[in-house]
Design a protein around this ligand. Structure first.
Ligand code: 13P
Length: 264
């Protein structure tokens, strides 16, 4: 499944339209920074409304968050999933955070994604990032068994934002994790990964793919290009239509890559 970050209605609508056109489901990601912003609850309500009206099956997930009270608040507000990200905490604290998040999520019928190893790079700002600590397969088995997480984000050479060197994924490590862990595995930082590499990762066990930076680039390019036309006549509809179309086209291309992959 493809998971795409939305900072506003345009991006969320674009993800749902692309999914509908492709005939797949989709996850709309809300960054914790957006949610914790002053009107984050209103934005979440808007994204949930987009998902509810979507012709494609759509779920809203709160992305990377290490604060239990924020995870709880998003779950109470109706998200289908949260990412309880304790990757930067000591191991036992990561286990405790995720186990608590899972217990709360169960009450709401929602799911939890966790991270082990450390995926470097900021989730909302694209800078050149270098690869962080890789996920240890043995520890991943222990982690999933002890937390009950529904999905595990792996660090196998992937980063958020821009890759500072041509990306290389440790697919052997991914296969080793997959052989020990029954929960679905997710790949963050899919922006900038060549399609063939993404497909190989899916073939080696990835089941959820997160994309953000490429959407922001498309959105900003479309904004820049359509601005003169929009300003001529003060037409916001022109601007919004261009933003939706640009993001939709990136999402559609990613979903096509996902759909063209097969599991081993
Ligand atoms: P990119 O911004 O590198 O696509 O990463 C997105 C992501 O993993 C969101 O959690």
């Amino acid at each position: 499944v493809g998971a795409f970050t939305a900072y506003d209605l345009e991006a969320a609508l674009a993800a749902c339209r692309a999914a509908a056109d492709t005939g797949t489901g989709v996850i709309i990601l809300l960054s914790a920074r957006s949610y914790m912003d002053r009107d984050g609850e209103a934005l979440l309500a808007a994204l949930l409304a987009v998902a509810a009206h979507s012709p494609a099956r759509a779920c809203v997930q709160l992305d990377h968050c290490d604060r239990l009270e924020v995870l709880e608040s998003a779950l109470a507000a109706g998200v289908g999933a949260v990412m309880a990200d304790g990757a930067l905490l000591p191991y036992e604290e990561n286990v405790a955070l995720v186990a608590r998040a899972v217990a709360v999520a169960r009450k709401h019928g929602s799911a939890v994604e966790a991270e082990l190893g450390s995926i470097q790079g900021d989730e909302d700002t694209a800078q050149a990032a270098t690869v962080g600590a890789l996920t240890d397969p043995e520890q991943a088995e222990d982690f999933v068994a002890r937390t009950g997480t529904d999905c595990l984000a792996v660090s196998i050479g992937n980063v958020h934002g821009h890759y500072s060197r041509p990306p290389e994924l440790d697919l052997g490590r991914l296969r080793a994790i997959r052989s020990r862990v029954s929960a679905p595995l997710s790949l963050h930082g899919a922006s900038g990964l060549p399609d063939t590499l993404l497909q190989r990762a899916i073939n080696a066990g990835i089941r959820k793919v997160n994309v953000n930076t490429e959407l922001r680039i498309a959105y900003l390019d479309a904004t820049r290009e359509s601005l003169p036309d929009a300003v001529d006549g003060t037409r916001l509809t022109v601007l919004h239509a261009a933003q939706v179309a640009a993001v939709q086209s990136v999402v559609q291309a990613k979903l096509a890559v996902l759909g063209a992959s097969s599991s081993e």
